[in-house]
Design a protein around this ligand. Structure first.
Ligand code: THU
Length: 138
């Protein structure tokens, strides 16, 4: 586990978006904030669908927003869970997506429970050792 505390600017942005998750099926609301190489922050929320498998996690929405704005490296990822007593770390699919933009695994992932204030932090390389890489990727 990395021991860095969660940056206040990331927590503050997540709090501002606490009403934005669309999670009528699971009622498990998540906001994610990522920091790109430029230092700028990007936000995403989970967006569910009546066809459950089409749901997209908050982390992927945040990362895709960052990439859309021109970022190609992700430095930090916050997972801000509104309905869980325990902090939650990204699912396997999201870990692979973070790896795409943190090829050396140095991205710091913070997990935070808005219900209890419990939190944790870990490096991507510890959450997803041996991430899949395609030699031709950017
Ligand atoms: N979810 C996220 O958005 N991020 C996570 O790290 C864990 C899971 C969402 C997906 C789904 O909408 C709901 O939480 C329950 O799995």
């Amino acid at each position: 586990m990395a021991s860095r505390v969660i940056p206040e600017d990331m927590l503050e942005l997540a709090r501002r978006y606490r009403d934005r998750p669309y999670a009528p099926y699971s009622r498990f609301r998540v906001v994610s904030v990522v920091r790109g190489e430029s230092g700028r922050l990007y936000v995403g929320v989970n967006v569910e669908n009546a066809s459950y498998g089409l749901t997209v996690c908050a982390e992927r929405v945040a990362i895709f927003n960052a990439v859309t704005e021109g970022e190609r490296r992700i430095r930090e990822v916050l997972v801000y869970a509104l309905d869980s007593d325990e902090p939650v770390f990204p699912c396997g699919a999201c870990r692979q997506v973070i790896a795409e933009f943190s090829p050396d695994g140095s991205a710091i992932v913070y997990a935070y429970s808005a219900k209890t204030g419990k939190w944790g932090a870990a490096l991507l390389r510890d959450l997803l050792p041996e991430a899949f890489k395609l030699e031709t990727s950017e």
